[in-house]
Design a protein around this ligand. Structure first.
Ligand SMILES: *[C@@H]1O[C@H](CO)[C@@H](O)[C@H](O)[C@H]1NC(C)=O
Ligand SMILES: *[C@@H]1O[C@H](CO)[C@@H](O)[C@H](O)[C@H]1NC(C)=O
Ligand SMILES: *[C@@H]1O[C@H](CO)[C@@H](O)[C@H](O)[C@H]1NC(C)=O
Ligand SMILES: *[C@@H]1O[C@H](CO)[C@@H](O)[C@H](O)[C@H]1NC(C)=O
Ligand SMILES: *[C@@H]1O[C@H](CO)[C@@H](O)[C@H](O)[C@H]1NC(C)=O
Ligand SMILES: *[C@@H]1O[C@H](CO)[C@@H](O)[C@H](O)[C@H]1NC(C)=O
Ligand SMILES: *[C@@H]1O[C@H](CO)[C@@H](O)[C@H](O)[C@H]1NC(C)=O
Ligand SMILES: *[C@@H]1O[C@H](CO)[C@@H](O)[C@H](O)[C@H]1NC(C)=O
Ligand SMILES: *[C@@H]1O[C@H](CO)[C@@H](O)[C@H](O)[C@H]1NC(C)=O
Ligand SMILES: *[C@@H]1O[C@H](CO)[C@@H](O)[C@H](O)[C@H]1NC(C)=O
Ligand SMILES: *[C@@H]1O[C@H](CO)[C@@H](O)[C@H](O)[C@H]1NC(C)=O
Length: 809
């Protein structure tokens, strides 16, 4: 009995406590710190709408605490700003983050030592306050609403929408972002993104404040050329401002529910990321530089960048990681250190054995060598040995030696440009007894003849092994981000073209797996009579076109008459298999809408954002692929240019394409990007109905669905069009929008069709779409498509609505 009562009371105390502490939490949920208040322990402040939180956090498994700002609505703690990046505290319970008496924001540790200060202009007003805004900006205001200081002016590694990145011309202060040292340490790392110090209108990535390893390209009035797909203007608005006071770039998100940030990470890559609700993950819009080994000193001193290795970086022979902990985070720039220090010809050591050279074949030679004018490789080696600070030499078309740390070593492969053999200096004791070097051979020659034989055997062994390895590895040539495969590579990758994914008018597609186990789709082009050089030019243009809604070209092969393209593999398959196959799960409306929006964005990018407008010409559900998250990507763009003159012949004789072809293809009018709009419209009908446009109902007659559907749309009866399998589960507004857009897209005169950019805006709800007129030609379209040509254009049909009206209001 007694025990029971005690249990009850302790339970109620517990409940009381729980309630109380919840209550406390609730009371503490303010968006500001006013003078006299301070944050400590696990207290936080939350922005008004609840977008962001400010408080103490520990990154990863670190034991250190930092004051930072992170997203409240995202389950993965993503910190966008850190106050005390380099001065962590170890115990938050009596630390204080507060407004000091002179109106600055300060962080004190438990011994009241100042660890961080906003260093803002002193404000004597005791109503100075720090407020966390819903943009993620922490601002200090004095009594009135004057902003004295804001965290947006002092970014750490992230640039938020609305944040300016640039230079204040009056104070000369740059707003730049600097990487974290590693994922558990927000202290400034070596990589930074900032406005070009040379005052040109571009951004650069810098290592150690001096070495530029990437540039954005000069602002051209609309975008930075080198970051394709950086941002779609339909989603993100970039502004570049250059006035007397400031020069900066700012981006804003047009759809406020879209969460997006630009970040530079600990391995020197800059990326724009957006939060994808459906996967609960950050997804990249773009990541630069595309070739990871281009990051300056990615692997640090004496580290070797090797794209084929699963770890990207490794240490040279005779070296080990300077900081294993950092290497475990895949942050390598701390580099490698010698296992054994150099003897430097110190004959008093180790029986007169000095240093030797390790031959490293197929290396990209480091920058900035010292060139010596010596006659032979032996003299070059001698010169390096004589200089205690010399770490390596190479004798290519002259003698080059390197003193100090070797950076940017890269393992290259057959066919790469700039291949050289580097001789790396090591302490003699680091050489394995059985291995050999040129020097070793020379030393042993007079004494042991037999030794030569042994060494020759070893050498032959090594050559054989390296030949074999060379053959085993794929001969790749990296052109930007584009991989040049040999035909035998692709035979291996696709297991001799054994797994066919599909075939279209331009060739068959096979599945393959690259050495890094990423999956690819290999397309064998047919009917291509283009020269190799022209093919390469086209292919590299295509590779530069990158967008979340476009299937990315990863490589190519051109050998003899064979032309192959290697694309990223889309595990979700093609849209037609999802729409028309009975055994697949039914795509719900929300998903369909996302797919439609994705396709529209991809096409808008092709039409409007690329340097050269690209008309796809073959939009149909077979050419829309879905990734594992059902994100839609347009495939097969650029074929028109690759195939050339024969393209339209191939297209118009192709089965399965005909229903999507705009009248211009047949009537001989000029082909513009509006042909894609037409095909897109036709496809929308199929997405709405879940059926092919050409249906054969039970009675054997053929009906062409869009002509029937267009009438329903004009009558305002959208739900009768909706896929029956959805049971009417669709957002009426979205459905109306899609139906009307579809109808506008298939108007006969191309001028009446919207552009893809406008379609995107309509689908995003930025533009209103008016009631479409009934498309003329549709009336005439029955089962027999061969008649289209004869019957176009027709004036027999009388419009119910004024044709001159526009598609949006
Ligand atoms: C600061 O927070 C308190 C408590 O939530 C609120 O009442 C007050 O209006 C806030 N002050 C400002 C200037 O936002
Ligand atoms: C906050 O800290 C207090 C004291 O350390 C602790 O009792 C409480 O559970 C913590 N609250 C949360 C939400 O972690
Ligand atoms: C932090 O400080 C508080 C009070 O100063 C102390 O009670 C607590 O044990 C400390 N925590 C740690 C982990 O040192
Ligand atoms: C506060 O910071 C100072 C300076 O970094 C350090 O010497 C001191 O040990 C810290 N005090 C505590 C309790 O962590
Ligand atoms: C607020 O700060 C600004 C700039 O420091 C100053 O000009 C202004 O007088 C201050 N206002 C108040 C009420 O302290
Ligand atoms: C502080 O600012 C408030 C609001 O603007 C003003 O009323 C007050 O006089 C100021 N106090 C001082 C000491 O400047
Ligand atoms: C980084 O830059 C600083 C200052 O410019 C220079 O002193 C230092 O040697 C550089 N570090 C390396 C590893 O080159
Ligand atoms: C983009 O930003 C600029 C400047 O802030 C503004 O003038 C323009 O209207 C914006 N564009 C859109 C589509 O919101
Ligand atoms: C993502 O989910 C959040 C919360 O469920 C919601 O507020 C937001 O609008 C969603 N964003 C998008 C782009 O759908
Ligand atoms: C040579 O080695 C000896 C013994 O370790 C050392 O005292 C001396 O400084 C070394 N000389 C040079 C040039 O490194
Ligand atoms: C050394 O030679 C290389 C290639 O031969 C050349 O690019 C480089 O400019 C030369 N460096 C110096 C300092 O002369």
């Amino acid at each position: 009995m007694d025990a029971e009562i005690r249990l009850c009371s302790s339970l109620s105390i517990f409940l009381f406590f729980l309630f109380f502490s919840l209550n406390i939490q609730h009371c503490v949920a303010t968006d500001n710190i006013s003078s006299g208040q301070s944050l400590s322990g696990n207290q936080t402040i939350v922005s008004k709408e609840g977008n962001f939180v400010l408080g103490f956090f520990t990154p990863g498994n670190s034991r250190n605490y930092y004051v930072g700002i992170w997203y409240k609505k995202i389950p993965v703690q993503t910190v966008i700003w850190v106050a005390n990046r380099a001065t962590p505290i170890t115990n938050t319970s009596s630390a204080e983050f507060k407004i000091s008496e002179d109106g600055k924001l300060v962080l004190l540790n438990s011994s009241k030592i100042l660890l961080w200060s906003s260093n803002s202009t002193p404000s004597t007003n005791d109503s100075t306050i720090a407020v966390l805004l819903d943009t993620g900006n922490l601002v200090i205001r004095n009594g009135s609403s004057t902003t004295i200081w804001q965290s947006f002016d002092h970014p750490t590694d992230s640039v938020m929408p609305g944040e300016l990145l640039g230079v204040n011309k009056i104070t000369g202060e740059y707003q730049s972002v600097t990487s974290w040292k590693n994922p558990e340490n927000p202290a400034p790392g070596p990589f930074a993104l900032r406005m070009d110090p040379d005052e040109s209108n571009q951004f650069v990535l810098l290592w150690n404040g001096s070495e530029i390893y990437w540039t954005s390209g000069i602002w051209n009035g609309q975008y930075f050329p080198v970051s394709p797909g950086t941002v779609e203007s339909s989603l993100v608005n970039i502004t570049f401002v250059d006035n007397k006071q400031r020069k900066y770039v700012m981006y804003t998100i047009l759809d406020s529910s879209f969460i997006c940030r630009i970040t530079i990470d600990s391995s020197g890559l800059v990326g724009q990321w957006y939060w994808l609700n459906s996967t609960q993950k950050w997804q990249p819009f773009f990541i630069e530089p595309l070739a990871r080994c281009d990051v300056y000193s990615l692997c640090g001193a004496f580290g070797i960048c090797d794209l084929k290795s699963s770890n990207t970086c490794r240490c040279s022979y005779g070296f080990e990681p300077a900081s294993l902990k950092e290497w475990e985070f895949n942050v390598w720039n701390s580099g490698c250190v010698r296992k054994t220090s150099l003897r430097c010809r110190n004959k008093s050591l180790a029986g007169g054995e000095g240093d030797r050279f390790l031959e490293m074949a197929n290396m990209r030679l480091p920058d900035n060598p010292q060139n010596l004018t010596v006659g032979s490789a032996e003299d070059c080696e001698e010169a390096c040995l004589n200089d205690c600070s010399c770490n390596a030499y190479a004798y290519v078309s002259g003698c080059s030696i390197w003193t100090g740390d070797l950076r940017n070593l890269q393992q290259l492969y057959d066919g790469d440009r700039g291949v050289g053999t580097l001789h790396l200096r090591l302490a003699a004791s680091d050489f394995p007894a059985s291995s050999s070097s040129h020097k070793l051979v020379k030393d042993l020659t007079p004494s042991v003849i037999g030794g030569i034989l042994v060494i020759l055997c070893v050498l032959f062994g090594l050559i054989w092994v390296s030949q074999r390895r060379k053959r085993a590895r794929m001969a790749k040539q990296v052109e930007g981000s584009l991989i040049h495969f040999t035909y035998s590579d692709l035979q291996r990758v696709t297991k001799n073209f054994s797994e066919k994914l599909g075939g279209g008018g331009f060739g068959s597609v096979f599945k393959g797996t690259l050495i890094d186990s990423s999956e690819v789709a290999v397309k064998k082009l047919e009917g291509l009579r283009q020269g190799e050089k022209q093919f390469r030019t086209e292919v590299s243009t295509l590779a530069a076109i990158q967008h979340v809604n476009l299937v990315r070209l990863r490589g190519f092969c051109s050998k003899g008459s064979e032309r192959l393209l290697v694309y990223e593999y889309m595990s979700g398959g093609s849209l037609d298999s999802h729409l028309f196959q009975n055994n697949s799960t039914v795509l719900d409306w929300k998903m369909r809408y996302q797919i439609i929006l994705g396709i529209a964005r991809g096409l808008a990018y092709l039409h409007e954002k690329c340097r050269e407008c690209i008309i796809h010409c073959d939009i149909k559900p077979d050419n829309i692929l879905l990734d594992k998250d059902f994100c839609a990507k347009v495939a097969d763009f650029g074929m028109a240019k690759l195939i050339g003159r024969d393209f339209s012949r191939v297209l118009t004789t192709m089965r399965g394409t005909i229903g999507y072809l705009a009248p211009e293809w047949i009537s001989g009018l000029p082909i513009t990007s509006k042909v894609d709009v037409y095909s897109f419209g036709m496809m929308l009908f199929e997405l709405i109905s879940g059926n092919r446009n050409t249906m054969q109902p039970e009675d054997g007659s053929k009906i062409f669905y869009p002509s029937w559907a267009a009438k329903r749309i004009i009558e305002g009866d959208m739900f009768s069009l909706l896929d029956r399998r959805l049971n009417g589960a669709a957002d009426i507004e979205e459905l109306t929008r899609v139906c009307r857009v579809a109808c506008w897209c298939i108007q006969d005169p191309e001028g009446h069709r919207p552009t893809m950019g406008q379609v995107v805006q309509i689908l995003e709800g930025v533009l209103e779409v008016s009631m479409p007129p009934l498309p003329k030609a549709l009336q005439l379209l029955t089962g027999d498509h061969s008649q289209i040509g004869n019957q176009l254009p027709s004036t027999e049909y009388k419009d119910p609505l004024d044709q001159s009206q526009d598609f949006y209001q």
